[in-house]
Design a binder for this molecule. Structure first.
Ligand SMILES: Nc1ncnc2c1ncn2[C@@H]1O[C@H](COP(=O)(O)OP(=O)(O)OP(=O)(O)O)[C@@H](O)[C@H]1O
Ligand SMILES: [Mg+2]
Length: 332
């Protein structure tokens, strides 16, 4: 990867890659006690063939990331179909699952597809292999679709469930499962787990973990008051922590600050909330030396920002605004 294709602040902070990307990459997994517990429960539920398993948590708390981690931890004997298209009707989901598991359809009708899936599951069971269906964003599934999905749990022998079904979603999923028409499904839930937001000390560890994995030498890059402010803003939700931290690194880089203090977090939050760049005095430069540095910085930063904006996990207009702001502040 060419250096200019990487985040603009990476070299300045000695990072090998961006620590706070928005993707659910399990390489960056931080296991808070609650995340650890949920992951252990999911593994247990699948291995013990608990049938229906429900995982809930607010938006951005790490459910999808945990599912990817689960997938990595399951042995090669377990086939997984991962469905994220939760607005599909049941037949669409079924078609997707067959394709995902590499099952020949056996026909276009629902009955034919169900027979094909049943045969596949029986064959896997015969050879001691397990099969998992993960339905992410399951809070969006229509009650009628959930009821159809319940019928998939009827694939069983007298002694074991052939298909483990993970329903994963926001807390609304729990409310949906309380609907009287879904009582039969609810009775079949073998295991429930949830992910709460991170506490303050977990938020600190979360930030340190992601920095470490991204190759940082200075794990105290975010000062303690900065972490306090990040916690206050994010409520311990990892996705929000990522967004604010990523912006902090960019603002810190623009200010050439080696450590991220509370004032930088405030500036990033102000930008995220207001969409405007706060005025600062520090860049009003006077000496010739600093003016030269300024000219160099404007050129370098403008090119770097333009070429990396597509890869940044921030609002697309951020880099453009920052480039304009830097130009405005440095070149009066
Ligand atoms: N335990 C964790 N360790 C490392 N990163 C995490 C963790 N939890 C969440 N994240 C990060 O936070 C962001 C949001 O996580 P994720 O997409 O998994 O949340 P989610 O609960 O699935 O959200 P949604 O309900 O909106 O689908 C991602 O960038 C992810 O990498
Ligand atoms: Mg998700």
């Amino acid at each position: 990867m060419a250096p200019e294709d990487r985040g603009v602040y990476l070299t300045f902070y000695g990072l090998a890659e961006k620590p706070f990307n928005a993707t659910p990459d399990p390489r960056f997994l931080y296991l808070s006690p609650a995340h650890r517990e949920a992951l252990a429960q999911l593994l247990y539920g699948v291995q013990e063939r608990k049938g229906f398993i429900v995982l809930t948590g607010n938006a951005g708390t790490g459910k999808t990331t945990l599912l990817h981690a689960l997938r990595q931890r399951l042995d090669g004997q377990t086939a997984v179909s991962f469905v994220v298209h939760s607005t599909l009707p049941f037949d669409g989901i079924l078609e997707y699952v067959l394709e995902d598991l590499g099952i020949a359809k056996g026909g276009e009708s629902r009955a034919r597809r169900l027979i094909a899936l049943n045969n596949f599951l029986i064959e896997r069971e015969r050879t001691g292999q397990n099969t998992v269906l993960i339905l992410d964003e399951a809070q969006n599934l229509a009650p009628a679709t959930l009821e159809d999905i319940r019928l998939l749990s009827n694939f069983e022998t007298p002694t074991t469930k052939l298909l483990q079904i993970l329903l994963v979603g926001h807390p609304e999923l729990k409310a949906k499962l309380q609907l009287p028409e879904l009582a039969q499904l609810t009775q079949r839930i073998g295991l429930r787990c949830q992910i709460p937001p991170l506490a303050l000390d977990e938020t600190r560890e979360y930030i340190r973990t992601r920095l470490r994995i991204a190759g940082a030498h200075d794990l105290e890059l975010f000062t303690s008051p900065a972490v306090d402010r990040i916690m206050e803003y994010s409520g311990g939700t990892p996705r929000l922590i990522n967004i604010v931290c990523d912006h902090c690194l960019l603002f810190g880089y623009v200010d050439q600050e080696r450590r991220i203090g509370r004032h930088i977090v405030n500036r990033a939050i102000e930008y995220l909330e207001e969409g405007t760049l706060p005025q600062r005095k520090v860049w009003r430069l006077s000496s010739l030396k600093t003016r030269r540095l300024a000219r160099w910085a404007v050129g370098t930063l403008a090119v770097a920002l333009a070429s990396t904006v597509m890869g940044l996990a921030m609002r697309p207009d951020t880099a453009v605004l920052l480039a304009r702001s830097v130009r405005h502040l440095l070149v009066p």
